[in-house]
Design a protein around this ligand. Structure first.
Ligand code: SAH
Length: 223
């Protein structure tokens, strides 16, 4: 839990509140997720030239051919990951994010989970995200420069895994890093992509196909 962001970016509070209303209209129900999205100043994670669009519900470019995810999809994925909209006080434990990008989603996750690990394969993005999270005094996120396609076995098991880039197929190696009761939310596919939920219980895994999505591809190896 991180409560250090109060007071940062006061000027954009009103536009941020409008974004939260839009997310609500689009069906995001989990108040814990909406509160976390309100807390994090998205404009600080993008180029100043684009800052005026920071609270539009769109993905935006962040260099190296990558994007900051659309707020709706960030909210939706974390809502599915939490799966406890009626239990505001049940925090996620340890969460892994694959594809840090600018670090925005990691910052939102940090409001909700006890510990967040996030992996980025492009070094300058990794460095910038690390600095941005440090500047915001978000201390429960560990940023790693590595190939996230294999997960992070040394920090496993995770209560939640969230992938911010689309894999061509569901990976069996990744789901093994889920704790029992853990949930993984990820886009799968190449041209046509779908959001999937993978749940692990004591008997095994259950996969649910949720909705069509559009993500940058998961690439193999470090850049
Ligand atoms: N989480 C971001 C979205 C980042 S876009 C947000 O908050 O908006 C997806 C990111 O995944 C890109 O930065 C891309 O470089 C990264 N990525 C792609 N393949 C990867 C891999 N194998 N390991 C780690 N990161 C990867």
């Amino acid at each position: 839990m991180n409560k250090n962001l109060n007071g940062i970016g006061m000027t954009s509070q009103r536009t941020r509140a409008r974004l939260i209303e839009r997310l609500r209209e689009q069906g995001i129900r989990d108040e814990t997720v909406l509160a976390a999205m309100f807390e994090v100043p998205r404009h600080l994670f993008i180029d100043e030239a684009l800052a005026s669009r920071a609270y539009d519900d769109v993905s935006l470019p962040i260099n190296f051919n990558q994007t900051i995810s659309q707020p709706y999809i960030v909210a939706r994925m974390i809502e599915v990951l939490r799966a406890a909209p009626d239990k505001p006080d049940s925090p996620l434990g340890r969460v892994l994010e694959i594809g840090t990008g600018c670090g925005y989603q990691a910052a939102v996750l940090a409001q909700i989970a006890r510990e967040v690990y996030t992996i980025e394969r492009i070094q300058p993005l990794y460095e910038r995200a690390r600095k941005q999270l440090r500047d915001l005094k978000i201390r429960n996120v560990s940023v790693r420069y590595a190939d996230g396609s294999v997960g992070l076995p040394e920090a496993a098991p995770f209560d939640g895994i969230i992938m911010a880039a689309a894999a061509p197929a569901l990976s069996a190696a990744l789901r093994e890093q889920l704790a029992p009761g853990g949930r993984m939310v990820l886009p799968v596919g190449t041209q046509e992509q779908w959001l999937y939920l993978v749940e692990r219980d004591e008997h095994g895994f259950r996969e649910t196909r949720l909705e069509p999505v559009k993500f940058v591809p998961l690439l193999i190896g470090k850049a």
